[in-house]
Write a protein that binds this ligand. Structure first.
Ligand code: URA
Length: 186
């Protein structure tokens, strides 16, 4: 299956209850050849309205970090652990996460990034480890099945607590350096 076939499948998905309340599926966007794949939690209101990931306030802040380290959205791939907005932005339920997990796996297989960056604790919990603690473990690199995994603060956490912004910039710089190093190796 290629990315557009997977996108069509996800857009037609009715496996969990979120299909009743969504306006748009937020599949993900960016380069199919990206070395870096950023994975957030779940679409918010603006994302649900537009069908695009990370385009609300948090997303606009995230874009500034991409630019600050010399990246842009067209160069990376950005998506979420679940593709439909939970009502009132509540945390996704385990069954909603489970229903979407296979889509995320397939999306990751197709993009085949060198580096996977979880945006926030929910994605890090799902993708890196249930023991992951974002305040303790952000910016740490892990290796699994030939891929490098890491996590940074969710951009909404930076909006709530700007004191985390220095750590975010340092982590994003390390990520860019690591991506450059991995690109040179291949
Ligand atoms: N928060 C997320 O985790 N994902 C989005 O796409 C937007 C906000």
């Amino acid at each position: 299956m290629d990315l557009s076939q997977l996108k069509k499948k996800v857009e037609e998905c009715r496996v969990c209850g979120l299909c009743e309340t969504r306006n748009n599926v937020v599949f993900g966007e960016g380069s199919v050849d990206a070395d870096i794949m950023f994975i957030g939690e779940a679409p918010g209101q603006t994302e649900d309205e537009t069908g695009r990931p990370f385009v609300g306030r948090a997303g606009q802040l995230f874009d500034k970090y991409l630019v600050a380290v010399g990246l842009c959205r067209e160069q990376v791939y950005i998506c979420n652990t679940i593709k439909c907005r939970p009502p009132k932005n509540r945390d996704p339920l385990p069954e909603e996460q489970a229903a979407c997990l296979e889509y995320l796996r397939e999306q990751t297989r197709i993009i085949d990034p060198k580096l996977i960056v979880c945006l926030g604790r929910i994605a890090a919990f799902r993708i890196i480890s249930p023991d992951f603690r974002i305040t303790r473990d952000h910016g740490v690199f892990y290796e699994r099945k030939g891929k490098i995994l890491t996590a940074v603060y969710h951009p909404s956490a930076l909006l709530r607590d700007p004191r985390k912004k220095d750590d975010m910039l340092a982590d994003m710089m390390k990520i860019k350096e690591k991506a450059d190093e991995l690109a040179k190796r291949s």
